[in-house]
Design a protein around this ligand. Structure first.
Ligand code: GLC
Length: 408
């Protein structure tokens, strides 16, 4: 549970030009966000691919790459040359924040493992790289993607209670009463009574006490880059679901229950069964499961599949996906109960590729919440697909930091 230093709710009246950066997955995104003050905004953006070697190399090289991408973005926009700009840095990893624009990296997640970054202040490292290139850009805020998602949605829907990411990783944030936050003492100049808390819920139950982990989860965990970390995330997020299903299929193959006991080099390769395949197979409604056959035979290289094999695989994918949605329902329910929101009209802002592309996800989540609270209560909860937390949401946070002189 990490205080985000973001207090109060946006009003929609915010104005100004802000830069926003988003690092957290395959791409680095650089945006120029213009807040227009009437609840509307404009965004210009560019994407830069983050090569695998940068994700596992030295942090200085990653920061220099980010600074060079910002430089390239600004050079294409001569009207910004030499202009002082405030920047929001969406850095979607567990950061122990000490100010709105200061914080140390606790650990890497989602396959990143750069050296010389853990326990360091990632804003200072990037600010130094920006200075090395002589860019007049000041990092006003470090933003978790969940917090950006919440703020972006609350800009137009003030009743939004939570920001959730269901993508490569999974995490959530929510508005907490400042009096209840023990890790932070309110300074005199802050009058708001709420602060957004970044839960880092992916790390829930790292002690392995309550999550019902299977042998397939244990194998994934053992073989991962961050053993015994992010255990809840490893059961629910897009980076992992395909791999859990692959582990289950391998076990069925070994028991001669699938593909007549035959596997393939791809089926035996870690991460080769992508979560996108799992969602496509679950949504395959053709009579002979032809899309499933295509994935198994042509993509995964299984020599021959029977209809029964394909039906089994479809069940496995369904079990893994539905379990993920039901476990996320537990996380959402815990937070909404804590905030007294069950039975009240509530909006949960959700972003991320898994939520976007897995059409059954929301229905499974609702189904589990209805089992806990009844249909009438759950009907009052709206799941909105909230786009652009790391652009609009982050820019709003940079503006709050800038106008209230919060940043160091
Ligand atoms: C991981 C990160 C977290 C982020 C989430 C979604 O769980 O630790 O900070 O919010 O992924 O991207």
């Amino acid at each position: 549970m990490i205080p985000s230093y973001v207090t109060g709710r946006p009003t929609g009246k915010e104005t100004g030009d802000y830069l926003a950066l988003d690092l957290g997955g395959t791409n680095l995104r650089v945006c120029l966000v213009t807040l227009k003050g009437n609840g509307s905004h404009e965004i210009e953006q560019a994407k830069f691919k983050v090569e695998d070697s940068l994700k596992t190399g030295d942090m200085v090289d990653l920061c220099d790459f980010i600074a060079s991408s910002v430089d390239a973005f600004l050079q294409e926009r001569p009207h910004l040359t030499g202009k002082h700009l405030e920047l929001a840095y969406t850095f979607s990893f567990p950061i122990l924040q000490t100010a709105i624009n200061r914080g140390t990296l606790k650990q890497w997640t989602k396959g990143f493992s750069c050296k010389n970054a853990v326990e360091k202040d990632v804003a200072i490292l990037l600010q130094e790289a920006l200075s090395r290139r002589g860019l007049p850009v000041h990092i006003a805020a470090i933003v978790n993607d969940t917090v950006g998602t919440l703020l972006a949605h609350a800009y137009r829907h003030p009743e939004t209670a939570m920001g959730v990411i269901m993508g490569t990783g999974s995490n959530a944030c929510y508005y907490e009463k400042i009096d209840k936050i023990q890790k932070w003492t309110r300074p005199e100049n802050i009058e708001d009574d709420e602060m957004v808390v970044n839960m880092e819920w992916g790390a829930f139950d790292n002690e392995r006490r309550v999550l019902p982990m299977t042998q397939y989860d244990n194998k994934l965990n053992r073989e991962s880059r961050n053993v015994h970390q992010q255990l809840y995330e490893k059961m629910v997020a897009g980076m992992y679901l395909g791999e859990i299903a692959r582990n289950a299929m391998i076990s069925l193959i070994d028991h001669m229950l699938l593909f007549s006991g035959e596997s393939s080099p791809s089926m035996n390769t870690q991460w080769a069964f992508e979560t996108a395949y799992l969602t496509q197979i679950e949504c395959d409604t053709s009579k002979d499961l032809s899309r499933t056959r295509d994935i198994l035979e042509n993509t995964m290289g299984i020599p021959l599949t029977t209809l029964a094999d394909r039906q089994i695989v479809k069940h496995v994918c369904g079990f893994v996906g539905r379990r993920a949605a039901r476990l996320v329902a537990c996380g959402l329910s815990g937070v909404l109960s804590h905030c007294g929101q069950i039975g009240q009209p509530t909006v949960v802002a959700i972003d991320g590729s898994l939520f976007e592309k897995y059409s059954h996800f929301e229905a499974y989540t609702r189904e589990a919440m209805e089992e806990m609270f009844g249909q009438a209560s759950v009907e009052k909860i709206r799941f909105d697909h909230a786009k652009d937390g790391s652009g609009l949401g982050a820019a709003i946070i940079a503006m709050i930091a800038d106008q209230h002189h919060l940043s160091a």
